[in-house]
Design a binder for this molecule. Structure first.
Ligand code: ADP
Length: 322
């Protein structure tokens, strides 16, 4: 192998830059040229790529987002789009590819693998919904941002006897919400994996008010059937029963834009290095993740089309600590 490519795809996550840097530097150390492909699969189809040397990735480890840019690309979901992508790789003499991204992106990686192109995926998404890794690049930073918001809302909530419904990202996975609820000392949590009854949440709030709490925090995952907006609609009809005045805060993309913390920088560096090791070893069509404290590769066919299950013990814990 003489030349490899690296791209970031789907939702950006803090730490993607550290992963790009690791792919470039470990790739160059193996004697390869490394090309950075701009804007994910879209840029791949369009042939938007540039050679990256070790100095080109200096000063990016501490930056959030992705210096290569990311995109969502419908064309890549078609075989024709993927054939264009492979043509573009061949035209640029790229013999191996590293895809840094989340669940959707890794489905694309698997499809490329099935078409015979040497490719590996690096687990990166703030949702932590990928099978084949205990943790994904970006989760820890996103969690700390959510936590900072919760802490601040508690302060203002206490001054006004307010309850906050705080919606966090995570798509169909409740991991981020669950961890934010435990670490943020929330009264309760609502996640997609567990059917929630709004009346049960109302009772928790009423109970908290009766106990004399000066604020109440409900962390809600965006993918839950009763997301924060729907819960607020329900509570509006029951305001006189719930002592707290309720407010909704949707954290949204704020969670994604932070500078990566130490854990994400280290994880991304290790997984990025693991990706070039996998290519060198001829281990194609795998997801490079973190399992039991070590870099671990899992065949992508065991990863795609699945969402990681939530640890129900943590859900029980989150609901016990109010
Ligand atoms: P994430 O990787 O963060 O989960 P998306 O789900 O939006 O983000 O996926 C990112 C990109 O991956 C899509 O825009 C598309 O180009 C590609 N992709 C997603 N699903 C598929 C699929 N089934 N087949 C091929 N490519 C896909």
């Amino acid at each position: 192998m003489k030349r490899i490519g690296v791209l970031t795809s789907g939702g950006d996550a803090p730490g993607m830059n550290a992963a790009i840097r690791a792919v470039v530097r470990t790739g160059v150390a193996k004697g390869w040229e490394v090309y950075g492909i701009r804007e994910g699969y879209k840029g791949l189809i369009e042939g938007k790529m540039i050679p990256l040397g070790v100095r080109d990735v200096g000063g990016i480890i501490q930056r959030g987002g992705t210096v290569l840019g990311s995109a969502r690309c419908e064309e890549f979901k078609t075989e024709g789009g993927r054939l264009k992508a492979i043509r573009s790789l061949n035209e640029n003499s790229i013999e191996g590819l590293v895809v840094i991204g989340g669940n959707g992106s890794q489905t694309g990686t698997f499809k490329l693998h099935e078409m015979g192109f040497p490719v590996v995926g690096v687990a990166s998404t703030i949702d932590n919904d990928l099978v084949g890794t205990d943790i994904t690049i970006g989760v820890d930073t996103a969690l700390n941002i959510a936590l900072e918001a919760i802490d601040r809302l508690k302060v203002t909530g206490s001054s006004h006897q307010r309850g906050f419904l705080i919606e966090v990202m995570g798509r169909k996975c409740g991991y981020l919400a669950l961890m934010a609820a435990i670490a943020g000392g929330a009264e309760t949590v609502v996640i997609p994996e567990v059917e929630s009854d709004p009346e049960e949440i109302a009772q928790i709030l009423i109970h908290a008010y009766e106990k004399g709490k000066s604020h109440a925090i409900v962390v809600v995952a965006e993918g839950a059937t009763y997301n924060a907006t729907r819960l607020a609609e329900y509570f509006k009809q029951h305001e006189d029963r719930i002592g707290f005045a309720l407010r909704v805060t949707i954290l949204g993309h704020v969670q994604r834009g932070g500078a990566p913390g130490a854990s994400d920088r280290i994880l991304a560096s290790r997984l990025g290095a693991g990706a070039t090791d996998a290519l060198e070893a001829g281990k194609y069509g795998v997801l490079v993740g973190w399992v039991n404290g070590k870099v671990h590769t899992t065949p992508l066919e065991e990863v795609v089309g699945k969402t990681k299950e939530i640890d129900m013990e943590l859900f029980e814990l989150a609901r016990k600590l109010d």
